[in-house]
Design a protein around this ligand. Structure first.
Ligand SMILES: NC(=O)c1ccc[n+]([C@@H]2O[C@H](COP(=O)([O-])OP(=O)(O)OC[C@H]3O[C@@H](n4cnc5c(N)ncnc54)[C@H](OP(=O)(O)O)[C@@H]3O)[C@@H](O)[C@H]2O)c1
Length: 288
């Protein structure tokens, strides 16, 4: 039984691979670029293939002799729907038996974010293949705080456009462990959609207090407008696709769409999800 992991050098993909190496699973990693990250994977003794999820021939080659496959496409660049369609057809052609699909909590038919709506349509495309599929819909990752860490480093401030919105941030490493568990036991989870959350829900002022405690210095929250935040993202070179996405999920968050938590991570992995304080503590050096 061989599993395929796409997004293999990304956050959830790389952790899923590490977990499955420990389980002795035979793994093929599809990497986007040959670099030190792919070298590290190859050094762990797994098969590494370089390819583009936006190239049907590449993903078709990667699916050969695969039992179960993880689909993960980045949020920063456009193309998730095209990549999902290529992945779906290639999996069907190769007789793949199970799929794990990385979607997001805001995925819905009437989402205003193009990426969130495309994730929802992508879920339906995978369902249409008839291949047993598990959809993962996580909330915002803890890693959001790494994207915006420059303001913490330089101004002791968290700058985010989420108003008083609440969510239970999730460590993408917990997602990687969820992916590994489902890829290796797909029957238990097939046909299901999991909303995935961290252990505790907060608003950003509460998250700032947790970060202040971990860093032993006062970190403030500057609740900027969505326009201000996205203008600054654009200046830093963010793709218009990502800016369109952030504009609408920030409003979703303010409107309460991201609220809530559940025990799915612990039920699936048998391990308590990482707390936000633990995530901040393990990345403390990056905020200094
Ligand atoms: N961030 C959040 O808060 C959040 C919340 C909920 C759901 N999600 C979902 O999580 C998923 C992962 O997003 P992420 O942006 O955090 O990415 P990630 O999983 O950390 O990394 C993406 C991976 O995909 C690879 N990749 C990029 N373009 C590719 C291509 N054309 N073909 C093949 N591989 C390619 C990247 O390789 P290179 O680095 O070499 O390009 C990288 O290994 C998205 O579907 C997103 O909707 C994210």
């Amino acid at each position: 039984m061989k599993v395929l992991v796409t997004g293999a050098t990304g956050k959830s993909g790389s952790v899923a691979i590490n977990e499955m190496i420990k389980m002795g699973v035979s793994i093929r990693a599809l990497v986007h670029s040959a670099d030190e990250r792919s070298d590290k994977l190859a050094a762990q003794g797994i098969e590494v293939m370089v390819g583009d999820l936006l190239n049907f021939d590449d993903i078709s080659a990667a699916m050969k002799d695969i039992h179960s496959a993880y689909f993960c496409f980045p949020i920063l660049t456009p193309g998730v729907l095209q990549a999902t369609a290529y992945f779906a057809q290639a999996a069907k052609d190769a007789g793949v038996k199970a799929i794990v699909n990385m979607s997001q909590v805001s995925a819905r038919r009437d989402a205003k974010s193009n990426a969130a709506q495309d994730h929802w349509v992508g879920e339906r495309i995978l369902d249409m293949t008839g291949i047993p599929t598990t959809h993962l819909r996580p909330t915002f990752f803890d890693e959001w705080f790494l994207y915006i860490r420059e303001d913490v480093q330089k101004k002791d401030t968290i700058v985010l456009p989420f108003g008083n919105g609440r969510w239970a941030p999730i460590d993408s490493a917990d997602l990687g462990r969820v992916v590994a568990r489902i890829l290796t036991n797909p029957k238990e989870y097939e046909g299901k959609t999991f909303k995935l959350y961290g252990p505790e829900e907060y608003n950003v002022p509460e998250m700032s207090e947790i970060l202040s405690e971990v860093l032993s210095r006062k970190i403030k929250y500057d609740p900027v407008s969505i326009e201000h935040f996205t203008e600054s993202d654009a200046e830093k070179g963010a793709h218009s696709h990502f800016i369109q996405h952030v504009t609408h999920v920030a409003q979703d968050c303010i409107d309460g769409l991201f609220a809530g938590t559940n025990d799915s991570v612990e039920t699936i992995t048998g391990r308590k999800p990482t707390t936000l304080a633990e995530f901040f503590a393990k990345n403390k050096a990056l905020f200094q």
